[in-house]
Design a protein around this ligand. Structure first.
Ligand code: HEM
Length: 416
C-alpha cells in the first residue's frame, strides 16, 4: 500500500477503502444510478460517501439525478497528432474512472519527492460526492485527425438566432467535459486534473462553474428554483423514464453514425439574466412571462405544479406555451442546467444567469426548433440574453476498464 493510501494514522483511509471496493460495493448499479456507500472506518463523524458508476451503456451525468454543482470545460485540441490525442483520451478515461470512484489520479497526491504528484491533492479525504464526468466532441474536431467522414449530420454549428449576443471566447470547443458533483471542490478538482493531464495536447478554451441546479431529473423531489425565483424543471424528462430517454435523449443505432449509438447531443448556452430589471417587474408580469405561478409553479389557470399545462390560459408569448413539446411535434429535451454568478459586469450589475444544458437525440428536432420559436416570441427575451453557445456529440458509455472515451469514433472504419 502506498503512503498516500494510508490514512493519517497508518490505517487505510476511508476514501481509499471506498475506492478499492468501488465496483464490488456498488449495489444494484444501473448505468448512471447513484449509489450511497456508507462505511464505518472508525470515524463516527464520517458522512456517507456516494459514488456513481462510471461504466455503463450510457455516460453518467445525463440521466443521473442532478448533483448540486457543476464545473464545465470546453477544450481545444492543440496537438496535430492523432496518436497523441488517442493516448490522451485513454489517460483521461483512466483518471475519470478513478476520480468518480473517489480515488486520486495515478499514484496519488503524495508520490516521490523529486516529481510533481500525479494528483493535485485538493480532493484528498473528500467523498466522491456523486461525481460524474461526461465527455463530448464538438463539430470542429471533425475537420482534422482523419475524422471528416465520421461527423454526424446533426453535429453542425448551431444556427444564429435573433437576439443572440454570442462571445466567441465563451463558445465552441473540440472536446468538452461536464463535471457534476455535490461538492464544488470535487468537480473543480476533476476538471483541473484532466486539464493537467492534457497539457501539451489540449488547452481549456472556456469553462463555467454552476450552482443551484435548475432542473430536476428525479420525480418526487422538490423542483429547484432558478435565479428568477421560479421552479425550473417541472416538465422535464426524469432519469428513470426509460422509454422517454430512449425516444428523446439517446441516439438509436438507426439514426447513425454507428459510433454514436447509445450517445446523445448536448447543447450548452450561457444565458445572462438581467436580474436587476426582473427584480423591478411586478409579480403578475413575472408570472405572465412564464405562464406559471411563482409560489407553487402551477400552470396558468391551474392549482398544482404538476397539473397539465393549459396553453390557452397563458399569453401567446409565455415561455412555457412556446417551449412545450406539444408545440414542437412532441419532441422533448432533457434540461440539466445550473445557475451562475460570475462577479459583476463593471456597470454595477451581477453577471448572473442560467448555464443552460440540454441533452437530446437530435438537435435538429430538439433544441433548434424550440429556440427558433423562443428567440422570436418569448416574453422572457426582455430579461435574458444568450452570450455563449456550443454543441457536442456525447459518445455512449465507457463499457469496462478496457474501453475509453471516443474509442468507437477513433476505431470506426473509414467510409468508402
Ligand atoms: C434563462 C433562460 C430560461 C429560463 C429562466 C427558463 C425557465 C423555465 C421555467 C421556469 C420553466 C417552467 C418549469 C418547467 O417546466 O421546467 C421552463 C420550461 C421549459 N423551458 Fe425554459 N427557461 C430558459 C431557457 C430555455 C431555453 C433556451 C429552452 C430551449 C430552447 C427552454 C426550454 C424549456 C422547455 C422545453 C420547458 C418545458 C415546457 C413544458 O413542457 O411545459 N428554456 N423554463
Amino acid at each position: 500500500m502506498s503512503a498516500e493510501e494510508q490514512g493519517a494514522h497508518g490505517r487505510p483511509s476511508r476514501r481509499n477503502l471506498l475506492g478499492w471496493g468501488g465496483a464490488g460495493l456498488v449495489l444494484g448499479a444501473g448505468a448512471g444510478a447513484a449509489t450511497a456507500l456508507a462505511l464505518d472506518d472508525g470515524d463516527a463523524k464520517a458522512a456517507p460517501a456516494a459514488a456513481v458508476p462510471f461504466h455503463g451503456a450510457h455516460q453518467a451525468g445525463i440521466a443521473t439525478p442532478v448533483q448540486d454543482r457543476l464545473h464545465f470545460a470546453a477544450f481545444d485540441v492543440t496537438t496535430s497528432e492523432r496518436a497523441d490525442l488517442v493516448v490522451l483520451l485513454k489517460e483521461w478515461t483512466k483518471a475519470a474512472a478513478r476520480m468518480t470512484a473517489g480515488h486520486a489520479v495515478g499514484e496519488g497526491a503524495f508520490g516521490a519527492d523529486e516529481a510533481p504528484p500525479d494528483d493535485t491533492g485538493e480532493a484528498y479525504g473528500l467523498s466522491p460526492a456523486r461525481l460524474t464526468l461526461t465527455f463530448g466532441v464538438g463539430p470542429s474536431l471533425f475537420t482534422r485527425f482523419g475524422l471528416e467522414d465520421q461527423r454526424p449530420d446533426a453535429l453542425e454549428e448551431l444556427p444564429s438566432f435573433p437576439g443572440d449576443h454570442l462571445d466567441k471566447a465563451r463558445g465552441g470547443g473540440d472536446l468538452c467535459v461536464q463535471a457534476c458533483a455535490d461538492d464544488p471542490q470535487v468537480a473543480v478538482h476533476a476538471i483541473r486534473n484532466l486539464a493537467r493531464i492534457g497539457f501539451g495536447s489540449v488547452a481549456i478554451r472556456w469553462s463555467q462553474l454552476g450552482f443551484g441546479k435548475t432542473s430536476s431529473t428525479t420525480p418526487g423531489a422538490e423542483t429547484p428554483r432558478n435565479l428568477f425565483g421560479f421552479k425550473d424543471g417541472t416538465n422535464n424528462i426524469a432519469g428513470g423514464e426509460t422509454a422517454a430517454l430512449d425516444q428523446h435523449v439517446w441516439v438509436p443505432e438507426k439514426d447513425g453514425p454507428a459510433w454514436l449509438a447509445g450517445g446523445s447531443y448536448l447543447v450548452a448556452r450561457r444565458i445572462r439574466m438581467n436580474i436587476e430589471v426582473w427584480d423591478r417587474t411586478s409579480l403578475r408580469e413575472q408570472e405572465d412571462v412564464f405562464g406559471r405561478t411563482k409560489r407553487t409553479g402551477a400552470p396558468a389557470g391551474k392549482l398544482a405544479e404538476h397539473d397539465p399545462v393549459s396553453p390557452r390560459a397563458m399569453l401567446p408569448t409565455a415561455h412555457v406555451r412556446l417551449a412545450r413539446p406539444a408545440a414542437h411535434g412532441g419532441h422533448r429535451i432533457l434540461r440539466r442546467g445550473y445557475s451562475f454568478t460570475d462577479g459583476t459586469d463593471g456597470l454595477g450589475r451581477l453577471d448572473a444567469g442560467l448555464f443552460f444544458l440540454a441533452y437530446q437525440r437530435d438537435p435538429r428536432t430538439g433544441f433548434i426548433p424550440v429556440q427558433r420559436e423562443l428567440a422570436r416570441h418569448d416574453a422572457l427575451n426582455e430579461y435574458i440574453q444568450h452570450v455563449g453557445s456550443a454543441l457536442f456529440a456525447i459518445p455512449p458509455g465507457v463499457r469496462d476498464a478496457h474501453d475509453w472515451w471516443g474509442r468507437a469514433l477513433f476505431t470506426a472504419p473509414a467510409k468508402d
